[in-house]
Design a binder for this molecule. Structure first.
Ligand code: BGC
Length: 255
């Protein structure tokens, strides 16, 4: 077990990649704080899965797009578990629209959850580590779009590009405290965030054609890298991005 008796808080872990990480962390011996914003039923399913692995779980409803939600999340987690060792900033949203149609409220939603949420959840976590004089590990679920353009998703790309620089910057600032921070950049993973794409055979096949490994990723593909980055095996790793994309990012084929 690579995370034996660690306590992990995973934002947006009722479904998708966050849920996959919650289940894998529990299987590796961690207790898990499951955070969700809208779907209480799915969060309960995630809790049952963590408990079935023999670990403690806690469900906390909170919107990480606002600092009051983040404060509530950490306060509730710490009331129950007393301490945290790992933070996975996973919660993320995207909105599809041509640049000229993007509304201010969609822009704010995307940036608040994907970038501001990562910033302030990390700040709460670091304050807790400073207060308890301990080290810890931060894993951000970014995207291949921290690097790659994604037309019609400019706010999303801007948020993920921001997470890339946040991670590099904080690796320098937090390194002396023994706190590591890394990004995982998933490509096309089969999760609810891309339901529209999954239900459109033409778009799906075009995408598969661009993935050298010729399949969509599964949440477990991301969770295994998250376990590594959250474990002592990655003690000397900080400020890096790990691509989990089946080769998508660097694929170029001349027709
Ligand atoms: C997005 C997905 C997209 C994938 C590959 C992810 O960051 O959330 O919607 O399919 O990147 O482009």
């Amino acid at each position: 077990m690579r995370l034996k008796d660690k306590i992990a808080l995973i934002t947006g872990s009722s479904q998708g990649i966050g849920r996959g990480i919650a289940e894998r962390f529990a299987a590796e011996g961690a207790d898990v704080v499951i955070n969700y914003s809208g779907n209480a039923e799915r969060a309960q399913e995630a809790l049952r899965a963590v408990e079935a692995a023999g670990r403690r779980g806690l469900v906390v409803q909170a919107d990480v797009g606002h600092t009051d939600g983040i404060r509530k999340l950490f306060a509730t987690a710490l009331e129950t578990f007393g301490q945290l060792d790992i933070l996975v900033n996973n919660a993320g949203v995207e909105r599809h629209a041509p640049f000229w149609d993007v509304t201010e409220s969609d822009f704010d939603k995307v940036l608040n959850v994907n970038l501001k949420g990562v910033f302030f959840a990390t700040q709460e976590f670091v304050k807790h580590l400073l207060h308890t004089k301990r080290t810890g590990k931060i894993v951000n679920i970014s995207s291949v779009h921290e690097e790659l353009p994604f037309p019609n998703f400019t706010a999303y790309c801007a948020s993920k590009g921001g997470v890339k620089m946040l991670t590099r910057n904080l690796s320098v600032e937090l390194g002396p405290l023994g706190i590591t921070i890394n990004n995982i950049a998933p490509g096309a993973i089969e999760t609810p965030i891309n339901t529209t794409l999954l239900n459109d055979p033409v778009k799906l096949n075009a995408l598969l054609g661009q993935i050298p490994l010729k399949r969509l990723g599964q949440t477990g593909d991301v969770a295994s890298v998250a376990v590594f980055l959250a474990s002592n095996d990655a003690d000397y790793v900080t400020g890096s991005t790990y691509y989990v994309d089946g080769g998508l990012t660097w694929n170029y084929e001349e027709q």
